[in-house]
Design a protein around this ligand. Structure first.
Ligand code: SF4
Length: 321
């Protein structure tokens, strides 16, 4: 079935004729929002694994590559892979050190299997110049070069409340500088943050469309045990979304997102034993099916409601008057 949104799987199938699988790596970077440079507390929803899998932290990159490749090749029967540096802030080191590490890893991976891309997750305030220029040189190694920037919200009050430690302006600045060098940018966003509603999600989709980001990763706010967010829930200061609420907000987000933007993910999950709430986030396929059903029920699709200003026809009569 053709999806009503521009999913990453469809994007790869159109480009390569088959599935492309991500191999997630942990290169041992840390985060300035945890080590005291920005703050010690971290984002209120972040666990000690820094939004990574936490599975590979003690293994060398070579061992991580070998292990992940063996597992994923069997599970998905594909021979095309993307290397993804996920955990913590993967540009939080001197630029040369980062670029050398990415290069070494790509060389190692290419000796083992077919690598079509590199994706690096980081914070928007950790992209100093000339990082974009240096990073863009890796385009000669891979077909797909992505920088994944954690944004989560465009609302300055929310960014403060969740202790992100960066602003929307820093995100916009990073996007513009990366795009100037031809780097594809994927924005990570969370729907259902404290104090936010459907209108916030709609405006965020419109801002990301106007900025012409290349991709988005959307996920609901889930509460991990041991985080400041869990304490907020216990104190009654935050109530996690119900599945129906998330579906409604997510579909409105998609309706206001440019159809050009590739949707890398429309839900997210953590390990069952680490999740405090809401339990429906563990049922990934139920969440995805519910979103697709709601798009169908509304007779809608990605970008259907996106409108950025008046058209020429609408504007001219006003100007003439
Ligand atoms: S920026 Fe990322 S790794 Fe750092 S505290 Fe926030 S979610 Fe965790």
């Amino acid at each position: 079935m053709k999806r009503r949104y521009n999913s990453l799987n469809e994007y790869f199938k159109n480009k390569y004729g088959k599935r492309v699988q991500k191999i997630t790596l942990d290169a041992g970077f840390f985060c300035p929002n945890r080590d005291g440079r920005i703050s010690k507390g971290g984002c209120i929803f972040c666990d000690s694994r820094g939004s990574g899998t936490g599975e590979y932290g003690l293994l060398s990159l070579k061992d991580q590559l070998n292990r992940a490749y063996a597992l994923l090749k069997e599970r998905y029967e594909t021979d095309l892979f993307i290397i993804y540096f996920q955990a913590f802030t993967n540009t939080y080191a001197p630029i040369d050190k980062c670029i050398d590490l990415f290069k070494e890893c790509l060389d190692e991976a290419k000796s083992l299997f077919k690598v079509v891309g590199l994706a690096v997750g980081t914070r928007p305030d950790c992209i100093p110049d000339p990082f974009p220029e240096r990073f863009s040189s890796l385009a000669s190694y891979v077909d797909e070069l992505w920088l994944e920037l954690g944004l989560q919200s465009i609302n300055h009050r929310t960014l403060k409340l969740i202790n992100r430690g960066h602003t929307l302006a820093e995100f916009i600045d990073a996007v513009l500088r990366c795009k100037r060098w031809g780097i594809k940018v994927c924005a990570h966003v969370i729907l259902g943050l404290p104090g936010e509603d459907e209108e916030d999600a709609i405006e965020m989709a419109r801002v990301l469309s106007a900025l012409k980001v290349d991709g988005v990763k959307i996920h609901p706010l889930y509460v991990v045990k041991g985080t400041p967010l869990e304490e907020m829930v216990i104190r009654g200061e935050y109530k996690p979304l119900e599945l129906e609420e998330y579906v409604k907000i997510c579909v409105s987000f998609l309706e206001n997102l440019s159809p050009e933007v590739v949707v890398h993910r429309i839900t997210g999950e953590t390990k069952a034993e680490e999740l405090f709430a809401p339990s429906w986030t563990l049922r990934k396929s139920v969440v995805i099916n519910s979103i697709e059903r709601e798009l169908e029920r509304r007779g809608s699709w990605q970008g259907r409601r996106l409108r950025l200003g008046l058209s020429q026809e609408e504007l001219c009569p006003l100007v003439e008057r």
